[in-house]
Design a protein around this ligand. Structure first.
Ligand code: PEP
Ligand code: MG
Length: 557
């Protein structure tokens, strides 16, 4: 009988395969006397080393290429005679085999590091070998991202950024990660962001997945946020059919974003550097909906010059010639402090001098940025729009848009990230050419839930009807005045939520480029009437989970 576990799906993907669990790195052994005879311990070590070397060689064989050389070198390290002697002498001193391996490898590691260069770089490989031998001695699985020698569904508590670098997504690799399931983490966790960026089929925060065992067959369905263990043949063939359909949709020519009835919903990219432009265009971005300028200057001690900025903006605008590019002026503060804008420590930086407030306190920096943007605009052919972050009042709207116009920028708008400006959207939009809703901060401030804090992550959910009602309010104000209302928070990258946002009045959606294909496909399944009906179902719910479920039911999925 199949068994379904739920979590939060990232994207629309579906995949199936055998589970391989991420083994946690076990604590280092302690230096304590062994209860076994030295020759018994020596035999255990020989057996463990041989097993680890054989396993590494087996993987080397299947991996081929550069990975083969690394794995073969590791297998040789495991059986290195100098190391064997070092282990043996510790065993003769009455140590446990776990400690002897740990201590002997640590000594060898120090020697390699002292040599430096190529050998020094092998120190981490040596740690991995030691950890594998110790795990074998303890009868535990090898640590880290597993490499079982066949494609697998990775089940992990959560992934550290260092682990994510090791995920093998090569379709031809024997150790390909087919999908990712985490027991912890929410939709804005690092794992979720990475999965979205890399297009990995993922369900996060599925706490019951902790019970899955290596080798269990599962279907991971990101569209419904479910993991089905022990699926029937029929469920497996249905999952395969959907995976094939999606692969076909992704391979299909990239078209402009539109609903099934032809209503255009331009799909734009969120970028933090002009370097991302080529990939965004390749994935079908119809322009840029959010260019986070602060990302260019996070490591600068001094405010960037007009010339330095002009060069970056010119690169960006040149890449998007003929297309709309929305540039946000520096959003400094809270999780993105810039030394030249935020020098005084604050107890509550998310509620402090951030966004436009910080720029206004150093107006020359804002003037320089707008000047650089106007100069880059004059030299290029993109349709440049500028906007200010963290607008809370009508007066701030007036301040920013008039300054931008004074400095020669033709289209000036605001980000709606604070409930106050959402509630006064009709007044705000009278002074602005457009609004762009930053759902990450709008959710944080509506729910009073710090977006960086894991303990309140469940409240940081843009599906919450309180957030959706504010978005609907802005959508109505935009429609009444004929002013565009974009969405540029993570919410726009959720394929079903994207449909809801359009139903609430969003006219464009901007997201990480890797999310474009899923959102394009999802929009194409519904008409504007469907989108409004699905949005209404979500608005009428009591909470985020209820809104998701109601939208899914209304969408018939
Ligand atoms: C947002 O708050 O939704 C947004 C797009 O801005 P950032 O994530 O850069 O704060
Ligand atoms: Mg924001």
């Amino acid at each position: 009988m199949s068994d379904t576990i739920t979590g939060v799906g990232i994207g629309l993907g579906v995949a199936h395969g055998p589970v391989a669990r991420m083994a946690e790195r076990a604590p280092a052994p302690r230096d304590e006397p062994s209860s076994r005879a030295a020759d018994e311990e020596a035999a255990r070590v020989r057996e463990a080393v041989a097993a680890v070397a054989a396993e590494l060689n087996r993987r080397a064989e299947t991996a081929g290429g550069a990975a083969r050389d690394v794995l073969e070198a590791q297998a040789m390290m495991a059986e290195d005679p100098t190391l064997e002697e070092a282990v043996q002498s510790r065993l003769e001193d009455g140590k446990t085999s776990e400690w002897a391996v740990h201590d002997a490898f640590a000594e060898f590691r120090a020697t390699l590091e002292a040599v430096g260069g190529y050998l020094g770089e092998r120190a981490a490989d040596l740690d991995d070998v030691a950890a594998r031998v110790i795990a074998h001695l303890r009868g535990e699985p090898a640590p880290g991202v597993p490499t079982p020698g066949h494609p697998f569904v990775l089940v992990a508590p959560d992934l550290a950024p260092a682990d994510t670098a090791l995920l093998d997504l090569d379709p031809d690799s024997p150790n390909r990660v087919l999908a990712l399931v985490t027991t912890d983490g929410g939709p804005t966790s690092h794992t979720a962001i990475l999965a979205r960026e890399k297009g990995i089929v993922a369900v996060v925060g599925a706490s019951e997945a902790a019970h899955l065992a290596d080798g269990d067959t599962v279907i991971v369905d990101a569209a419904s946020g479910s993991v089905t263990a022990d699926p029937s043949d029929e469920q497996l063939s249905d999952a395969q059919r959907r995976a094939d359909e999606r692969a076909a949709a992704e391979a299909a020519p990239v078209t402009p974003g539109a609903l099934a009835d032809g209503t255009a919903v331009p799909l734009l990219a969120n970028l933090g550097s002009p370097a991302g432009a080529a990939e965004a265009l390749e994935l079908g971005a119809e322009g840029v909906g959010l260019f986070r300028t602060e990302f260019l200057f996070l490591s600068s001690k001094e405010a960037p010059t007009v010339e330095a900025q002009q060069a970056e903006y010119t690169r960006l605008l040149t890449a998007f010639a003929g297309k709309k590019v929305v540039v946000r002026v520096l959003d400094a503060g809270a999780d993105k402090p810039l030394p030249f804008l935020n020098d005084a420590p604050e107890d509550n930086p998310a509620l402090g001098l951030r966004g436009l407030r910080a720029l206004r306190a150093s107006e020359q920096i804002l003037r320089d940025q707008l000047t650089a943007l106007a100069r880059a605009d004059a030299d290029t052919d993109a349709d440049l729009w500028v906007m200010a972050p963290m607008i809370a009042t009508v007066e701030e709207t007036e301040y920013f848009t008039s300054l931008a116009r004074e400095l020669g920028l033709k289209t000036a708008g605001v980000m709606v990230e604070v409930p106050a400006s959402a509630l006064l959207a009709d007044r705000v939009l009278k002074r602005a050419d457009f609004a762009s809703i930053g759902t990450n901060d709008l959710t944080q401030y509506t729910m009073a839930a710090d977006r960086l804090l894991g303990t309140v992550a469940t409240l940081q959910d843009p599906w919450h009807p309180a957030v959706l009602r504010l978005i609907s309010h802005v959508g109505e104000a935009g429609a009444a005045q004929g002013k565009p209302v974009g969405i540029c928070g993570e919410a726009a990258a959720d394929p079903l939520l994207a449909v809801v946002l359009v139903g609430l009045g969003a006219t464009t959606l901007s997201m990480a480029p890797a999310a474009l294909a899923d959102v394009r496909y999802s929009l194409g399944r519904f008409t504007i009437d469907d989108a409004r009906r699905i949005a209404q179902a979500a608005l009428d719910a009591d909470d985020a989970a209820g809104a998701r479920a109601a939208a899914r039911a209304a969408a018939g999925s």
